[in-house]
Every structure is written in structure tokens, then in C-alpha cells.
Design a protein around this ligand. Structure first.
Ligand code: G4P
Length: 575
């Protein structure tokens, strides 16, 4: 990158800072002698600071989450169409694992391959660079999604008008709420019959624990769907199917009593709309950007993604209100995005689809400073410097090599086994980014080596797959047996398949009766020692050597908690 350094000569400066330095000593015109001798006083890299600030203001990095089939892929595609990142519908491959593929891991792998390209999609809209992070909706890949959410600054939640809040929506919003991530809700498929809008708002408030404020409101739905009224822009937007909106179908409404409403939507609908808007303004809090940014209030939009209806309104509002790259917490301190030194963390690792090349792509979220190609950066966990000659950015479905990247950007780094999820890269500072936990798995199996000649390969394969976050591996304290813990059953097939095809190792599984794995610690060393002695049979180590309690049932866990009050039990690895 081209840089201009400005060397500021002290003898030529008459600035407030120097006046401050000189305060009480002499007038601002007569500088202290040492400043004349040390002619170069400040070295200001103006171009870098300026471009960092400008680029920061441009960036909006967010994730779209939903229960499968609510319309996440369709909405993503429409947003990309607005940004000109794609030219035609159907260009975005769904990142979801199709229903028929639940036991077909070859198919899963293929689909995971497709999802590399569509994992991050960047586009420009109204002078902003928008980075969308795609998240698998399938529940067996929930951990992947949780981790992706650590790399975004805000979230759009898509809800199907007929189905309302579903299981996956609940789980994913809960994870977003853990970090107070600002949330916007898009209620989709208004061209179909569904639940009443007020009922949906109640559902969102009670089930998702979000305080809502509608910024658009539907006029009818299904066959009677006439359009939406935008409370954000005071417009009535009349519905035409298939994105065939014309300018004259957006009607400015300054006064809801205006008979133009009747003219466009009918008498009954106009009355109903007035009534609803009156209810909304008296019941729901007024929209405040600060409250949204603090995660205290969540704007709601209505529309139909497949018809490209209500999507532009969503996008325009998103661009106005969504946060620019936010500070990130590390174990050591908060990192501000405008700090001049580069920092970033790895939140996702994707295996190469070609078994002949075992390299992988590590997805890095840039948190501060400017990342530059072919520059040495410090890999904090491995305590060594690494240089990247081919860092990639993801523009829609294309990947391209980049020279620089800014906070909020996600870049792909080719990796031959250096990275683990959660790793930090810096310019030398030791930082460990927080908020990338492992979650307590829900399914467990003993893993047995079925080819003793390939023990090394098996161990290596398991280690690398765990680094990628495919599953978690626990080694029992009493007998050293290995237990794989996953969020969903699919991962067991994926592990077996990949061990065989990528590492030449083979394994089988044995059932193990476990309910939960909880991380444990205590402030009381004596109590911890006693706990370890008494419960050795139920203890294991994770791949970071953290102690984990393996509970056979909810009851065993409860009893352990009661019998060992000095021990703390955690359901995520970060505490
Ligand atoms: P997902 O990524 O959240 O899993 O959902 P996706 O976008 O794949 O959408 C799921 C289904 O819902 C798709 O139909 C899609 O066309 C449909 N859909 C999305 N938005 C709307 C909408 O506003 N109205 C209606 N009526 N349908 C919508 P499909 O039949 O499963 O797939 P396809 O064959 O249409 O691609």
C-alpha cells in the first residue's frame, strides 16, 4: 500500500499541543531548546489513519439467521441483487443441508464445499461495504453458526409469518443476546396466510426475549396482502409480486387520515391500518438508534423476500442504523477498531475439498488496524510470526486475493495446520479474543481405533478436525479413552468419512451413556483436589487440557452440584 509519512518539524509547529507543553515556561513563539535539537518530533502516518477511519465508517458486517426454510437464502440473494453483487436470482447456493441428506455425508461434504464460497459475501450499497456472513441453518451445524455470530456486529433474524418463532431461531437469538448484538427482525412470506402481526410481535417478545418496535406494518396478508406501511419513512408501499415495484407504488403519507389510504388499499384495510398504527404508537416504544445499538430494542420489518418486497426498505434502514465495526473484548483488554495496530481472530476453519491438498481456509475477522498482504503477523498461541501471500476476500460467490483489509472485513487465509478456532493474530501483542466458546455437546460416543498401524494418522486427523471445530474431543482421566462430543449426529459420520479419506485412518464408535459435559473449576484448591479424587471416573480433559465433568444424567449433574458446592460447573468452555 502506498504510504505518505509526514515528518513534523518541531520548530515549525504552533499547535495547541505545543502550547500545552510550553505552558508556564515561555510563550508559544519561543520553543524549548530540546525541540529545536530533536528536529523530528512526531511521525504521523496520516494516510493510514485517515483511510482506516474512512473504511471503518463504510463497513457493516452482519449475519442473517433463521430456522431452516424461513427464507434466509432468498433474502441474502435479494440483498446481493440490490448491491449489484449478483446479476440474477438463483446465483446464491443455499448453505443449508437439504432434508434428504441427513444421512448422506458425501452430500454434506459437497454442500459444505459450496458453502465456502457463500460463507461470506461482500457488496457495496449506498457507499457502504456490507459483509454478510452466512450461517448454516441445520441444527447439527449449530456450533458453526454460533461461532460465526462472534464475528458479526449485528444480526438480521428471518421469521416465517406462518410458523412464527421456531426452535433454531430461539437458540440463535439466544447466542446473539449473550453479547448484546443488535438485532433486526424480518417477518417473511407475507404473500401467504400466516399468524396475526400483533401475535407475532408477542411471540418475539416472549420467546426471544427481545423488546420490539415495528418499523413497517403489513396491510393484509396472503391473498389480501396489499403492501406495507413504513413507520420509518412514512410511506405506503403497494405490493406487486415478483419484485415488479414501480416508483408510483411508493406513496408518501404525511397524515394517516389522508383519504389516499382508502384509495389505494380499500376502506376496511385503511381503517384497520389506522387502528393498528395507533396501537403500535401507544404500546411499543419509539424507535431509538441508541437502544437498538445497545441491544435493548429490536426493529421489526414485514415483507416477502421471494417477491423482493419490503427488502429495499429493510436494507435502507439497515444501512442507516446498523453499527460499524464494534470493539472486541479480549482476556487482556478491549480492542477498539480504530487502533492503528492490526488484530484479528479466527472464527471458522474450512477444510479443503480436495483430499490431495490438506490445506484449509481459516476465516479471520479483522478487529483493528489494517491487515496487509505479505506482512509478518504474530500468531499468539504458537508464539511465532506468519506471513500470508494469498489472503482472500469474498465478493459474493467469487474469491479474490486482496492486498489490504480493514476492521469488519473477513478474510480467508490458506492454512496448513497452524490455526485453531479462536486463534489471534496481532502485530506482536499477546491478546486472546473472548466470546468464541465451545458449547456443551449433546451427543457422545467413544471412538476406537480400528487400524492400529494408523494410530498416528488417527490422532493427527482427530486433532485437526477438532481444531476446525467439527466436534469436541475429551480424554478420560481414568483410562485415557477418547470420547467425541457433538451437537448433532451428522458430525459422527463426517468425522469417520474425513478420517478415512483425508488421513487414511479408520475408527468406529461405541455408545456411551452421557447427558452433558460441563467445564469445572473452583477458587478452592483443596475442594478441587478432593473433587478430582472422588470423581476421577467422571472426569476428562478437553483439547485445551481443561477439566470437564461428564454427567450421565441430569440427576447425576444435580447431585454433583449439590455435593460439591465449591465447584463451579459451566456449560460453555469460556467462563
Ligand atoms: P432458508 O435459507 O432459510 O432455509 O430458506 P430459503 O431461502 O431456501 O427459502 C425456503 C423456501 O421458502 C423456498 O422455497 C423459497 O422460495 C421460499 N420463500 C422464501 N421467501 C418467500 C416468500 O416471501 N414467500 C413465499 N411464498 N415463499 C418464500 P422452496 O420451495 O423450498 O425452494 P425453491 O424451490 O423455491 O428454491
Amino acid at each position: 500500500m502506498e504510504r505518505f509519512f509526514f515528518y513534523v518539524f518541531a520548530s515549525e509547529i504552533r499547535c495547541p499541543l505545543l502550547s500545552f507543553i510550553n505552558k508556564g515556561q515561555r510563550s508559544s513563539n519561543s520553543l524549548p531548546l530540546w525541540l529545536h535539537f530533536h528536529r523530528i518530533v512526531f511521525k504521523v502516518d496520516l494516510s493510514e489513519n485517515m483511510s482506516l477511519e474512512v473504511e471503518l465508517q463504510k463497513r457493516k458486517t452482519f449475519g442473517i439467521v433463521s430456522h431452516p426454510d424461513a427464507g434466509k437464502t432468498t433474502l441474502t440473494e435479494k440483498l446481493l441483487l440490490f448491491g449489484g453483487a449478483i446479476q440474477e436470482a438463483g446465483a446464491v447456493k443455499s448453505n443449508k443441508i437439504k432434508k434428504h441428506a441427513t444421512s448422506d455425508f458425501m452430500e454434506i461434504e459437497k454442500q459444505r464445499g459450496i458453502s465456502v464460497a457463500t460463507s461470506v459475501m461482500a457488496f457495496e450499497y449506498r457507499d457502504k461495504q456490507i459483509n454478510i456472513l452466512d450461517t448454516p441453518g441445520h441444527k447439527d451445524f449449530a456450533e458453526d453458526t454460533y461461532r460465526t455470530l462472534t464475528a458479526v456486529d449485528s444480526v438480521i433474524v428471518v421469521i416465517d409469518v406462518a410458523k412464527g418463532v421456531e426452535e433454531q431461531t430461539e437458540k440463535l437469538v439466544k447466542v446473539s443476546r449473550m453479547r448484546n448484538t443488535p438485532v433486526i427482525v424480518f417477518i417473511n412470506k407475507l404473500d401467504r396466510e400466516g399468524k396475526e402481526a400483533f401475535d407475532l410481535l408477542d411471540e418475539i417478545e416472549t420467546q426471544l426475549d427481545l423488546k420490539v418496535t415495528p418499523l413497517s406494518w403489513p396491510v393484509g396478508m396472503g391473498q389480501r396482502f396489499k403492501g406495507v406501511y413504513s413507520l420509518y419513512e412514512n410511506n405506503l408501499i403497494l405490493f406487486s409480486a415478483h419484485g415488479k415495484q414501480r416508483d408510483e407504488e411508493v406513496i408518501k403519507i404525511n397524515d394517516l387520515e389522508d383519504p389516499v389510504l382508502e384509495k389505494n388499499v380499500g376502506k376496511m384495510e385503511a381503517e384497520e391500518l389506522r387502528h393498528d398504527i395507533h396501537m403500535i404508537t401507544s404500546v411499543y416504544p419509539e424507535f431509538s438508534r441508541d437502544a437498538y445499538l445497545n441491544g435493548e430494542i429490536c426493529p421489526v420489518f414485514f415483507g416477502s423476500a421471494v417477491n423482493n418486497f419490503g427488502v429495499r426498505e429493510l436494507l435502507d434502514c439497515f444501512v442507516d442504523i446498523a453499527p460499524n465495526p464494534l470493539p472486541r473484548e479480549t482476556e487482556e483488554r478491549w480492542v477498539q477498531p480504530d487502533e492503528s495496530k492490526f488484530t484479528g481472530f479466527v472464527f471458522k476453519i474450512h477444510a479443503n475439498m480436495d483430499p490431495k491438498h490438506r490445506d484449509r481456509i481459516a476465516f479471520l475477522r479483522i478487529c483493528s488496524g489494517i491487515f496487509e498482504r505479505n506482512t509478518n503477523y504474530y500468531h499468539v498461541r504458537q508464539k511465532k510470526n506468519l506471513k500470508f501471500s494469498n489472503p482472500t476476500a469474498f465478493m459474493a460467490s467469487k474469491k479474490s486475493v486482496i492486498d489490504v483489509a480493514f476492521p469488519g472485513d473477513i478474510i480467508g487465509l490458506y492454512d496448513s495446520g497452524n490455526f485453531k478456532i479462536g486463534d489471534s493474530l496481532t502485530e506482536g501483542e499477546v491478546l486472546k479474543f473472548k466470546g468464541i466458546p465451545s458449547f456443551s455437546p449433546e451427543q457422545f460416543r467413544f471412538v476406537n481405533n480400528t487400524d492400529p498401524m494408523k494410530t498416528k494418522q488417527l490422532n493427527k486427523g482427530l486433532d485437526q478436525l477438532m481444531d476446525e471445530g467439527v466436534a469436541q474431543l475429551f480424554t478420560k482421566e481414568d483410562n485415557g479413552r477418547k470420547i467425541v462430543g457433538t451437537v448433532g449426529a451428522l458430525q459422527f459420520d463426517v468425522i469417520q468419512y474425513r478420517l478415512k479419506h483425508e488421513y487414511g485412518a479408520s475408527c468406529d464408535y461405541e455408545p456411551v451413556n452421557l447427558y452433558k459435559a460441563c467445564w469445572v473449576d473452583s477458587n478452592n484448591a483443596a475442594a478441587m483436589k478432593e473433587f478430582i479424587q472422588r470423581r476421577k471416573r467422571d472426569l476428562a480433559r478437553d483439547t485445551d487440557d481443561k477439566l470437564v465433568f461428564l454427567a450421565e444424567s441430569a440427576w447425576t449433574l444435580k447431585m454433583a452440584q449439590e455435593n460439591h458446592p465449591e465447584i463451579k460447573f459451566y456449560f460453555t468452555s469460556e467462563f
